[in-house]
Design a protein around this ligand. Structure first.
Ligand SMILES: [Zn+2]
Length: 348
């Protein structure tokens, strides 16, 4: 919803696991600094259906959500059960990015699904590649404004690995989009997906925050999934006067007024704002349709630039290629491949 600044920051250098050492030795020794990268190696879905009921943050309407298992090759599909319409979760089905990311179909303009980014982030962050997301209204429920509720649902359903390999979209050359003072870009990355985000707001409660992460399931859960969406107090009144944000409350958003956080419980974690911006980017870029092998950087980015970035990436076949999951990767968490690469060999 708000401006972001994507910047680079030094990587953590975790100690090498036995598997990591084996990979490192294959790469010519284990001296120097290493970074850990993960990519899904096989397709994954849910073990069983799971559902919840919540409210749409913009419509204020009650909506039921059900996550269904899906066969390999399905990808993520949003299903309007009230209209009998399916919409593939892809960047080229995005029809609006002004307040949230909205999917739609040109041939069924009434069948839109809004606020898809947090459930998309939860599915990507937990490595679920195939699922049907059923809703009986025009918006995914906002729950608590973060991805935590969706991660909880996925954990309750359980995750099943499937027989087929999960393809990866490898970014081959830099792609950049700009708007005013903002930009977002993707660059080639040796392995895995990284994002670097920072934000700067006049509101003293937010100020300047930055974060750089190699996306792993653990990092997603610990660093991003609980970060809530946020709004400035002066924006809230204007939104609601325009008939939007009707379901918004201090129960599902952090509201900031100058130096004050208006939520009685304050923030959940330090730098919750920039963590949420990265959560949004993970969800928006999951609309590529497969895991990206890339490093994302940018400046004052949001849903619109995130979507434009994917359009720019796929506009030229020279920008990317589809590759199978790396057969040489050691297995880290279930369904994900782990490699440790020399920090010097990674984009910095
Ligand atoms: Zn968000």
């Amino acid at each position: 919803m708000n401006a972001s600044v994507y910047e680079l920051a030094p990587h953590a250098t975790p100690s090498l696991s036995q598997a990591g050492r084996a990979v490192a030795m294959e790469m010519g020794g284990d001296s120097g600094e290493y970074v850990t990268r993960f990519e899904p190696t096989v397709q994954r879905t849910l073990k069983q259906p799971i559902d919840c009921v919540g409210v749409g943050v913009h419509s204020g309407a009650k909506v039921s959500l059900t996550l269904l298992p899906a066969p390999a090759g399905t990808g993520i599909v949003f299903r309007r059960t009230d209209l009998g319409v399916d919409i593939q979760a892809r960047f080229d089905n995005v029809v609006d990015t002004r307040l949230c990311t909205v999917l739609g179909r040109a041939d069924r303009p009434e069948a839109r699904v809004g606020t898809v980014e947090h459930v998309m982030a939860a599915l990507a962050g937990t490595g679920v590649t195939n699922a049907i997301v059923c809703v009986d209204g025009p918006e995914v429920p906002i729950l608590d404004g973060s991805a935590e509720g969706f991660v909880f649902l996925i954990d309750c359903a359980g995750i099943a690995t499937q027989d087929e390999a999960a393809p990866v979209i490898e970014v081959l050359r830099p792609v950049r989009v700009e708007a005013d003072a903002a930009f977002a870009e993707l660059r080639p990355c040796g392995y895995g997906f990284e994002a670097s985000v920072s934000i700067q707001f006049a509101a003293a409660a937010i100020g300047r925050q930055s974060l750089s992460l190699a996306l792993t399931t653990e990092a997603f859960r610990a660093q991003l999934s609980r970060a809530r969406t946020f709004a400035l107090a002066e924006e809230v009144a204007a939104l609601q006067a325009a008939g939007l944000g009707l379901g918004g409350s201090l129960d599902n958003a952090v509201v900031v007024d100058g130096a004050r956080v208006l939520n009685p419980g304050g923030l959940r974690m330090n730098e919750e704002f920039v963590r949420h911006k990265m959560l949004d980017a993970v969800g928006d870029l999951a609309l590529a349709g497969a895991t990206l092998r890339a490093r994302m950087t940018g400046h004052r980015s949001g849903h619109r630039l995130n979507n434009q970035l994917l359009h720019a990436l796929f506009a030229d076949p020279a920008n990317w290629r589809m590759v199978p999951a790396d057969a040489t990767a050691t297995t880290g968490m279930a369904g994900w491949g782990e490699r440790r690469l020399r920090a010097a060999a990674a984009p910095v």
